[in-house]
Design a protein around this ligand. Structure first.
Ligand SMILES: Nc1nc(=O)c2c([nH]1)NC[C@@H]1CN(c3ccc(C(=O)N[C@@H](CCC(=O)O)C(=O)O)cc3)CN21
Ligand SMILES: CC(C)C(=O)C(=O)O
Length: 204
């Protein structure tokens, strides 16, 4: 929040920084109708913009939390109007987040640009999920939004690896010979003789 919301001019300056300093090829920003002038400003400067309507997480406080959007006829119509407004402003595609699947399908059909759905059903043009969520890279018990499907157990696998490492360090199974660096017998013998003549710390 704040990278694009002060004014279209501030937003364009931010977008230019992302392109030049962040070396990205496009920028993504949240918001509907009210962001259309900003989106137009950035796209007219030659920077592609990915939009985002429906549940816009950076505005969670104004939305009363992470709430599904477009659950009423009026709400769904607002999502559609926002989507059309930001398409018109020059977005090349948009994220559609947490709206009923049927609403997302209709919005997608009304648009000429692709929709990338998250919690918006299979009728969107494409999908996105946070990698940490879909790979299961989080501790047990964490709250998961309804739309997340856990395809793996990266956290469990990492924990298993770390615990096995700990156990092998304690039992001195690790490091084994193959994890160490060799020294020739001749050099070792010479070192042992030299070391014998070095006074140990703390002795007198
Ligand atoms: N790790 C991660 N994954 C995400 O998908 C994600 C983030 N972080 N951070 C930013 C936003 C926040 N997101 C969220 C977070 C919570 C809900 C959530 O609690 N949804 C309720 C819906 C409540 C209602 O019915 O209105 C749910 O039960 O799924 C949804 C999207 C999606 N985004
Ligand atoms: C997961 C992606 C699309 C996102 O912008 C968000 O939910 O914050």
């Amino acid at each position: 929040m704040g990278s694009y919301e002060v004014s279209p001019e501030q937003a364009l300056q931010t977008a230019i920084r992302f392109i030049k300093e962040g070396r990205v090829q496009s920028v993504k920003l949240e918001g509907g109708k009210e962001m259309a002038p900003t989106i137009r400003k950035i796209t007219q400067a030659g920077i592609p913009v990915l939009g985002h309507v429906g549940l816009t997480p950076q505005r969670q406080n104004a939305l009363g939390g992470f709430r599904v959007q477009g659950k009423t006829s009026a709400g769904a119509l607002k999502v559609l109007e926002d989507a059309l407004a930001i398409q018109e402003a020059g977005c090349f595609a948009m994220v559609l987040e947490a709206v009923p699947a049927e609403v997302a399908s209709i919005v997608t059909e009304k648009l000429s640009i692709p929709t990338i759905g998250i919690g918006a059903g299979s009728g969107c043009s494409g999908q996105v999920l946070v990698q940490v969520d879909m790979s299961g890279n989080f501790p047990p018990g964490r709250f998961l939004p309804k739309f997340v499907k856990k395809y793996g157990d990266v956290w469990g696998e990492a924990l298993r690896a770390i615990e096995t490492y700990r156990d092998e360090v304690k039992s001195r199974q690790y490091p084994a010979l193959e994890h160490t660096y060799p020294i020739s017998g001749e050099e070792l013998k010479a070192f042992e003789e030299a070391a014998a003549g070095v006074k140990a710390k703390g002795t007198s």
